[in-house]
Design a protein around this ligand. Structure first.
Ligand SMILES: O=C(CO)[C@@H](O)[C@@H](O)COP(=O)(O)O
Length: 242
């Protein structure tokens, strides 16, 4: 039987409303940072305290996205009776997002784009080598490549999870497709998507002039640890561990 949002406890309904607002607002970051063309990207976030997540409706222009249009799904990726009406179907990548939420408990947000430089690396099936301190900071090493997988079932999600397990990286380049990123929340996943495109572009440019030099693994670990645990304002650091 389909879950009815209006029948859930008030605190869950309030949590859904807050998640819808955040996810709707974060979609504006995708065109802002030139990570998408047309509607080719999506953001989702887990609803705190519920086995639900919120994701963009498929094919809807970013200009039209509003909190009340965000689709609410269970962790199997099935839309609940969320008040958006039957005409609004969730993103075509919903199954992939749902698989990540079911298999990566620490992940609270997922983003998918087709950003140009990261997607070019995905087309070549080549990991982005860790040759920049920004890569060590955010990705803790190379940005890995996941397998080619067709959209529509658990294949992409399984490829994301299997590739990211054992990696510090919050980004994976799905072969012949494009980047997927994860984070503790949707904002962290959007940040990872922005920085993934930035380093993909920089390393691509560096490669035009010669072979960039890799950062030694011990230094990568030091940089990653500092950035993940020291960078930013103390208050934000506490938030990060909240
Ligand atoms: O890559 C694809 C389709 O192949 C999707 O990620 C992209 O078009 C975005 O689709 P949605 O608008 O989220 O359904």
């Amino acid at each position: 039987m389909t879950v009815q949002l209006s029948g859930l406890p008030t605190d869950v309904q309030d949590a859904v409303a807050g998640t819808r607002a955040r996810v709707a607002a974060l979609h504006a970051e995708l065109p802002r940072w030139e990570l998408v063309v047309w509607t080719a990207g999506n953001v989702s976030e887990r609803v705190p305290g519920a086995d639900l997540f919120v994701i963009k409706p498929s094919g809807v222009s970013y200009d039209e996205l509003a909190p009340e249009l965000m689709v609410v799904c269970d962790l199997q990726g099935d839309k609940i009776d969320d008040g958006t009406g039957a005409h609004l179907q969730p993103s075509s990548d919903t199954a992939a997002h749902a698989y990540v939420y079911r298999h990566m408990a620490h992940v609270g947000g997922v983003v998918h784009t087709h950003s140009t430089y990261a997607t070019a690396w995905a087309a070549r099936g080549e990991p982005i080598p860790c040759v920049l301190t920004m890569m060590a900071d955010e990705f803790g090493g190379d940005v890995p490549v996941g397998p080619f997988a067709l959209i529509g079932d658990d294949s992409i999600g399984r490829g994301i999870v299997e590739t990211l397990q054992g990696s510090h990286s919050p980004a994976v380049l799905m072969r012949n497709h494009g980047p997927f990123t994860v984070g503790k929340d949707a904002r962290a996943a959007v940040k990872a998507a922005v920085l993934c495109e930035e380093v993909a572009r920089t390393v691509h440019i560096a490669r035009q002039l010669g072979e960039p030099t890799r950062i030694p693994p011990a230094d990568i670990e030091k940089l990653f640890d500092r950035y993940q645990n020291v960078y930013g304002q103390p208050a934000r650091q506490e938030e990060q561990h909240a």
